[in-house]
Design a protein around this ligand. Structure first.
Ligand code: HPA
Length: 271
């Protein structure tokens, strides 16, 4: 992704100037269908844009209005387990920055490591553990884009989290808060790994989000992260995690997620 991608996107969404990017996780793609007056761009038509390969991810950039705000949605993300380089994700964010995106709302499907956080519910991400062994910032740093050594103390912006928790209460949406741990995948974890991750302090585990958040922080965006809990981690229940279950639970929880994100965007101060 480079200047030609930026030019193409800018030309095709020229009636909009979104400042918020929403990344839709597995089974959560239908939030993209809720946008009003959408303009949809296939990843394959955007010059130099990477392609998404995973089932359940549409591979579209959709621009439109949600909750009175103009937003850009990625329906289909780039997982490292598909073979994408972590640096590709950083390049995407450098381009989104160029398009004047100032805020990232990132969603994902995740397995619960916490018996109190049940499948079908939403978890606000308060922090993460990067267990992927990868980093999107590896390589030469461009100081014009962001610092060599960015701090992640407040990666999941505390002020935003406070607002979202209040909105969840107001709209009767069950929302827990916890730490997200990223593994590379694509296999689901072993029961021994799940036990180990619980000891390390994680509440949920998934195969995405961390490279996007690190990239977003590096380029100066604010971040809101929400996990849709689709299953208990391996060995915590009698069921086996599966991609089908992830998609089904994601679809079930996506109405609540859409409601919460719309409420957040509606009440947000003008950017
Ligand atoms: N592990 C890793 N990623 C996941 C899971 C899981 O249990 N569920 C959904 N994404």
């Amino acid at each position: 992704m480079n200047n030609s991608s930026v030019d193409y996107i800018r030309q095709h969404i020229s009636s909009y100037q979104p400042h918020t990017l929403i990344i839709l996780g597995s089974g959560l793609g239908n939030l993209g269908e809720k946008l009003q007056n959408p303009i949809s761009l296939n990843y394959q038509d955007i010059p130099d844009f990477p392609r998404s390969t995973v089932q359940g991810h549409g591979g579209k950039l959709i621009c439109g209005k949600l909750g009175e705000r103009e937003v850009l949605c990625m329906q289909g993300r780039f997982h490292l387990y598909e073979g994408h380089k972590p640096q590709t994700i950083h390049q995407l964010f450098a381009c989104f920055k160029e398009l004047d995106i100032q805020e990232l709302i990132v969603t994902n499907a995740a397995g619960s490591l916490n018996p109190d956080i049940a499948p079908g519910s939403l978890m606000l991400i308060k922090d993460h553990i990067n267990f992927s062994g990868q980093n999107p910032l590896i390589g030469a740093n461009d100081d014009k884009i962001g610092p060599r050594f960015p701090a992640l103390n407040n990666a999941y912006d505390e002020e935003i989290r406070t607002r979202v928790k209040l909105l969840a209460q107001k709209h009767n949406i069950a929302l827990s808060e916890g730490v997200y741990m990223m593994v590379l995948g694509p296999n689901f974890e072993t029961p021994a790994e799940i036990r180990a991750f619980r000891i390390l302090g994680a509440d949920a585990v998934g195969m995405s989000t961390v490279p996007e958040v690190i990239s977003a922080i590096h380029v100066g965006m604010k971040v809101l992260g929400i996990s849709v809990i689709t299953n208990y981690g391996a060995g915590m229940s009698n069921e086996q995690p599966s991609h089908e279950e992830t998609l089904a639970q994601g679809q079930k929880a996506s109405d609540e997620l859409t409601k919460l994100i719309s409420a957040y965007l509606t009440t947000k101060g003008e950017k």
